[in-house]
Design a protein around this ligand. Structure first.
Ligand SMILES: Nc1ncnc2c1ncn2[C@@H]1O[C@H](COP(=O)(O)OP(=O)(O)OP(=O)(O)O)[C@@H](O)[C@H]1O
Ligand SMILES: N[C@@H](CCO)C(=O)O
Length: 293
């Protein structure tokens, strides 16, 4: 038996659509696997009632197939589904790390990224790796067709999750098909600024680089209260605010000393828009961790 804690993640970070990702120190899924002749999946925890246990429909089933590793699997969800916090990815990442260990497949963490991404194709139609990569490797990750690079970064974060669901599949429908040269130049500049900020653990640069003129404005329309939440977070000291992944969670970078105020303002702003929400005071954290074997 192997048990793995796989963290929530925030993809895109504004300017790095489908490329950037960051592991969050909390929340997390806990995945336990045991050898079995046939695969079964049991799901408990946050939002478990919305998650299919059929291996054909659960992200973990695709990982079992890819590793040819049938198992009795228990997923204890700490990451709510359809949150923008890489819920579907956390389970897939945890299962990939756990099954690789259980069956002594000997794959590196980098090699497990495309395998866990197969699970994302099951739910959103696209095997994007920007959530599974940080959930497996930890830190700040840059994923391209050539592979994944990661760096550790000490950046305090607040993630505010409103009590509404936005599926990645729906949120991908509003992504514009084209961008102007001006938008391209702005996006490259912001993404490069953010990457430099991560390498230096510089919260100001990371926040500055989170702006995105192309995808985020369209996604923000799907989140009631977004503009006020963003403004109030900035007023409380956030250095950057954007949609986390496909939403509806909103992520803010800030200094440690401002984290509590930023969280309180974001919660208040959602409440004023008539929406309950939950704030996680978190930071960029480590990847999947084996808890027990
Ligand atoms: N193991 C799993 N954990 C969570 N959701 C799962 C799992 N397997 C299948 N799903 C399905 O995936 C969908 C949620 O995935 P989706 O990509 O929309 O959200 P997310 O992973 O929280 O967000 P994001 O990718 O934007 O960060 C739900 O329909 C859920 O039923
Ligand atoms: N890059 C993906 C992440 C989904 O979590 C998207 O924004 O659609």
């Amino acid at each position: 038996m192997v048990t793995v804690r796989a963290p929530a993640t925030s993809a895109n970070l504004g300017s790095g659509f489908d490329v950037f990702g960051a592991a969050l120190s909390r929340p997390a899924d806990v995945v336990t696997v045991e050898r079995a002749a046939e695969t079964t999946i049991e799901v408990t925890g946050v939002g478990a009632q919305y998650i299919p246990e059929d291996p054909e429909k659960n992200t973990v089933g695709a990982v079992v197939e890819a590793l040819d590793a049938p198992a009795r699997i228990h997923i204890d969800k700490g990451v709510r589904p359809a949150s923008g916090l890489g819920s579907s990815a956390a389970s897939a990442a945890g299962a990939a790390v756990a099954l690789n260990r259980l069956y002594d497949r000997g794959l590196s963490r980098e090699e497990l990224v495309p395998i866990a991404a197969e699970g994302e194709a099951v739910v959103s139609g696209v095997a994007h790796s920007d959530n599974v990569a940080p959930s497996i490797l930890g830190g700040f990750t840059v994923t391209t067709a050539e592979g994944t690079r990661s760096v550790d970064a000490a950046i305090p974060l607040v993630v505010c999750l409103p009590d509404v669901a936005v599926s990645t599949r729906d949120a991908r429908r509003v992504v514009p098909e084209t961008a102007s040269m001006e938008e391209l130049v702005e996006t490259v500049g912001n993404a490069a600024t953010l990457a430099v900020g991560m390498c230096r653990s510089d919260t100001d640069l990371v926040g500055l680089g989170m702006d995105d003129p192309v995808v985020t404005p369209e996604r923000a329309r799907l989140i009631t209260g977004y503009d006020d939440v963003r403004e109030r977070a900035f007023d409380a000291g956030a250095t950057g605010v954007t949609v986390s992944g496909a939403g509806p969670a909103v992520i803010a970078a800030c200094r440690e000393r401002d984290r509590r105020d930023v969280a309180a303002e974001m919660l208040d702003a959602f409440a004023e828009a008539g929406i309950e929400s939950r704030a996680y005071q978190t930071r960029i954290g480590r990847g999947s961790t084996v808890l027990d074997e």
